[in-house]
Design a protein around this ligand. Structure first.
Ligand code: M6R
Length: 602
């Protein structure tokens, strides 16, 4: 969802910002633009639609620039509505992520200004223009601080002026990360925007204002200069490239063995049967817990459904899972005995941020399970566990689901051991089985061609139904979401036992049923539900633990026998199936229509 990149320095300014926009494409957008400062002028170019054919401003001697990919909220995706937006004099350019909720009132105040777009953003350059008219001696930092004090809603904003090279950036509720390089300074909504230039970053906090120059970055809070913490991100620049794959999604599916090993590294003590997640809670807190509440959206919600079952069984806790957008505080429970866990790949999803805010306000303990270091959710919670998946560029979540589930499995063991509900020997066995998952996933990836052939055989079906039990159920939901999201075909996931309670009416010989038949998810019961669909003519494709005696399927794929996480391994087949259906249908797999990677509006 909207992307920002700004650069000031000695590098090739236009090229750096243009490439930054390309790097940010994965966030989802429908129009784009760049403003460049060169020879005391501001040059602006915008485009509606893809940036493939976008011609950035031609500007020899450019010294600073800001760019933006827009995902429309106020006004359609036209060139006029694309950012950057300008003041009346074309001397102030602004890019913005988020929503300015009081823009109608602000616009009414600015009646003597000429507006050209339907956006909420356009009030900002005009407010800045007014502030400079009132007092031309103010610095841009001072003006931006006073103007943003008047904004309601959420924003990340970057401002460039005709009169100076400096870029000023600030945020409240939308992410901004700063990049430090010996040749110049970066600001962006996400690290991959500038990862090929620097891995030295600082995360701007809500309310802070950054002034970027070629010599470095100053950050102010309430008008005072603050010390800036610089971190080195451990993502390799190549991790944000396709590395020979046709699509980021396929690359990310194939990265799962590595991603999962990263998630496990240094956290498991198989001798002691312990998991170290580098979190700490007050003495007695975990023993006093009665409930864990998960809040999440989309794929992360399905990962949470998976994790909740593990927490319930290993840690003897009530575990509830809420769609973040529906969370109201988990009526009826005792906040002091509840741990609320936000599961979010990006750490920026507004629904999830809102939900964790509600939980924190009620007094619940909070934990984030996220991929992005320094993301907004990490600032909103008491403790964070990183899933360590590396950058995920494809809009459809793939490796992040696997890494979330793996991390939640470790959380479940951790809670079980801390609360004394999981014996050392049982924990050792579970830990040992976790270590087998990356290799099992590699075995699935090695038979990708068979999955592609099956996808090609069934791709004309009217609909696809996915079924599974226990932790096979969230995997079914996730398999269906992947297919809908990237192939634009009708797909639904069901708890296997529910098929006969309604959805069976939809089943025909044109609707393949894909079933998770792994040991430990009651496959002997699920196979009967498969038979019910087969009796109505539906083709049956199943994912079966090796050695299980299930021979009724039209197409059977083997899941290596690795214990409790087998449904996570089966999920890789579902990812590959969705990918190859979408690829055969020539869909834009990495950037599905209407979707954004990071959903920062509610
Ligand atoms: O960044 P988050 O994990 O919070 O994102 C939540 C959903 O928007 C996300 O999982 C979405 O459903 C994916 N596009 C699914 O592939």
């Amino acid at each position: 969802m909207c992307g920002i990149i700004g650069y000031v320095g000695a590098g090739d300014v236009v090229d750096i910002v243009h490439q930054g926009l390309i790097n940010l494409e994965y966030r989802g957008y429908d129009s784009a633009g760049i403003a460049v400062r060169a020879d005391g002028e501001l040059l602006v170019e915008k485009t509606a639609g893809s940036i493939d054919a976008f011609e950035p401003p031609v500007a020899d001697g450019a010294t600073s620039a800001i760019g933006h990919t827009r995902w429309s909220t106020h006004g359609p995706p036209t060139e006029r509505n694309a950012h950057p937006h300008l003041d009346c004099d074309d001397s102030i350019a602004v890019v913005h992520n988020g929503i300015i909720e009081n823009y109608t009132e602000l616009k009414a105040e600015l009646e003597d200004h000429g507006f050209v777009s339907e956006t909420d953003t356009e009030v900002v350059p005009h407010l800045i223009e007014d502030a400079f008219e009132d007092d031309p001696d103010q610095s841009l930092v001072e003006v931006v601080s006073s103007v943003t004090d008047r904004l309601e809603g959420s924003y990340a904003i970057c401002v460039l002026r005709r009169d100076e090279d400096e870029i000023v950036a600030t945020r409240d509720g939308s992410p901004l990360v700063l990049g430090h390089d010996e040749d110049g300074s970066f600001v962006a909504s996400d690290v991959p925007a500038f990862l090929e230039h620097t891995r030295e970053v600082s995360y701007l906090a809500d309310g802070q204002v950054a002034a970027l120059s070629a010599d470095g970055i100053d950050v102010y809070e309430a008008g005072e200069l603050v010390d800036l913490e610089v971190e080195t991100v451990d993502w390799e620049p190549e991790a944000a490239q396709k590395a020979g794959y046709d699509h980021f999604m396929r690359k990310e599916i194939h990265e799962q063995p590595t991603a999962l090993r990263q998630a496990l590294t240094g956290r498991l003590d198989d001798e002691a049967g312990e998991v170290d997640l580098e979190v700490s809670f007050p003495d007695g807190y975990l023993d006093s817990l009665e409930e864990v509440q998960f809040v999440a959206a989309g794929t992360s919600y399905y990962a949470a459904l998976f994790g909740a079952r593990l927490v319930e069984s290993l840690a003897d806790l009530r575990a509830s899972v809420f769609l973040a957008s529906e969370y109201d505080g988990g009526a009826g429970r005792d906040p002091w005995r509840t741990l609320t866990v936000a599961v979010t790949q990006s750490g920026e999803t507004k629904d999830t941020m809102d939900a964790i805010g509600v939980a924190a306000d009620l007094g619940a303990g909070t934990l984030a399970v996220t991929n992005v270091v320094g993301s907004s959710v990490t600032r909103a919670v008491d403790q964070t566990v990183y899933i360590r998946a590396g950058p995920e560029i494809g809009v459809a979540a793939s490796k992040s689901f696997a890494s979330q589930v793996m991390t939640l499995a470790m959380v479940a063991i951790f809670l079980g051991r801390a609360r004394g509900t999981l014996s050392r020997s049982a924990a050792r066995r579970r830990i040992d089985e976790l270590g087998s998952v990356p290799g099992a996933i590699q075995q699935v990836l090695d038979v990708e061609e068979e999955v592609r052939e099956t996808a090609a055989e069934y791709l004309d079906a009217e609909a696809f139904f996915f079924i599974g039990r226990e932790v096979g159920y969230p995997v079914s939901l996730e398999g269906a979401l992947k297919l809908k999201e990237i192939a634009y075909v009708h797909a639904e996931g069901f708890a296997a036992g529910e098929l006969k309670h309604g959805p069976l009416a939809l089943v025909t010989e044109e609707s393949p049923v894909l079933s998770v038949l792994t040991a430990g998810t009651a496959p002997e019961r699920t196979r009967h539900n498969v038979a019910e669909a087969q009796a109505r003519g539906a083709p049956a494709i199943g994912f079966v633990t090796e050695g299980l005696d299930i021979d009724q399927l039209d197409v059977a794929f083997t899941v290596p026998d690795v214990g409790w996480m087998e449904p996570l391994v089966a999920n890789v087949y579902l990812q590959l199936f969705a990918y190859h259906v979408a690829n055969e249908l020539d869909r834009p797999i990495d950037k599905p229509r209407n979707l954004a990677k990071s959903v920062t509006v509610g």
